[in-house]
Write a protein that binds this ligand. Sequence first.
Ligand code: E4P
Length: 225
Amino acid sequence: CRFFLDTADTAEWDGLLPRGLFHGVTTNPTLLARANQPCTVSNLHTLASKALSLTDEFMCQTWGSTADEMYKNGMEISDMDRDRIVIKVPVTAEGTKAATMLARSGVRICLTACYNSKQALIAASMGVEYIAPYLGRMNDNGKDGFKECVRMQNIVDGLGSDTRILVASIRDSETLGDLAVEGLDTFTFSPMVARELFDEPLTDAAADEFEIAASLGSVEFDLKP
Ligand code: E4P
């Protein structure tokens, strides 16, 4: 499976990325604002170089009110490392036009802000690498986010498409397991959900017990009969 950490807060990167379970980092203009990070090409280059020193992929969102603007910003960001930067583009009419222009220039694409399963058909027919459904936000809007994500996976599997369903807006760690049981394998989630994954008091107690045993074992015993 493939996990991404969904934040632009670099203090969280420092704490969580060295644990080694994240393939990459995802951001968007909202997450940048929340972390008091300017949404500029030069700041995204600074963030990309840090993220790529800790993980394999940096996924960040382009912006603009027209396809041309989204294309220009996306090109400038990804010029820094075409292989390891993925550009997120909202799956709107203008966004898909920009994504097509970017893909033709060799840029890796994630369609984002996906709110229904039929948008997986857009991603599959365009041949983009990722599409990101917002599970929690679908629920907020009266849809069954879980069901829509499973249906998206069934659509790409049924079509034999290589597009990965990158489930976003996941609000608890139990949902990760539930989605994995249904065959979904690519997720982006917040530091809060990441910490929840490590929240198991019985594991902590077992680790403490090992430490006590190890300290006893460091005393030299005479093992001769
Ligand atoms: C993804 O790009 C979004 O930042 C994120 O998944 C939204 O999560 P939220 O709906 O919990 O804010």
